[in-house]
Ligand binder design. Structure first.
Ligand code: MG
Length: 155
């Protein structure tokens, strides 16, 4: 078995949809990025790639590549999962945390978990939410961050 961890952060700006775990959450601001900037899914992808020693999201899906412009990060996750499988591993579980001051995200937890689990082919997917009590870039609403750990096992 192998473990991996991932971290990502994106800036919040007006005029962008807020996409987390493939769910578009109603919000006056959204995350800025080349893809849909789904910070949760990006952290999950980096955790997977880390566990399998396959580099990172930026190396696999460069943000200067027009193929990935505004792409759904769930599509990138499916590709990363396939790569992990091609290297002889299966995903056992994922545990992720989104760090965001607002909006309230708990009502969307189950849908995010379902979306991620469908891509991962793993039932044990946990998504958690926390704030940083008004401190730092997440507290001020300048951005959001996410962390994830995953366990993979040899097929
Ligand atoms: Mg990212």
């Amino acid at each position: 078995m192998r473990i991996g961890q991932g971290y990502d952060a994106h800036r919040l700006v007006p005029g962008r949809p807020l996409v987390l775990g493939g769910v578009t959450v109603p919000s006056e601001k959204g995350l800025l990025g080349h893809s849909d900037a789904d910070v949760l899914t990006h952290a999950v992808i980096d955790a997977l790639l880390g566990a399998a020693c396959l580099g990172d999201l930026g190396a696999l899906f460069p943000d200067h590549d027009p193929r990935f412009g505004n792409i759904s990060s769930l599509t990138l996750l499916r590709e990363a999962v396939q790569l992990v499988k091609d290297n002889g591993f299966t995903v056992i579980n994922i545990d992720a945390t989104v760090v965001a001051q607002r909006p309230a995200l708990a009502p969307y937890r189950e849908e995010m978990q379902r979306n991620l689990a469908a891509c991962l082919g793993a039932g044990a997917v946990s998504v958690k939410f926390t704030t940083e009590e008004g401190m730092g870039f997440s507290g001020s609403g300048e951005g959001m961050a996410a962390t994830a750990v995953c366990l993979i096992g040899s097929l």
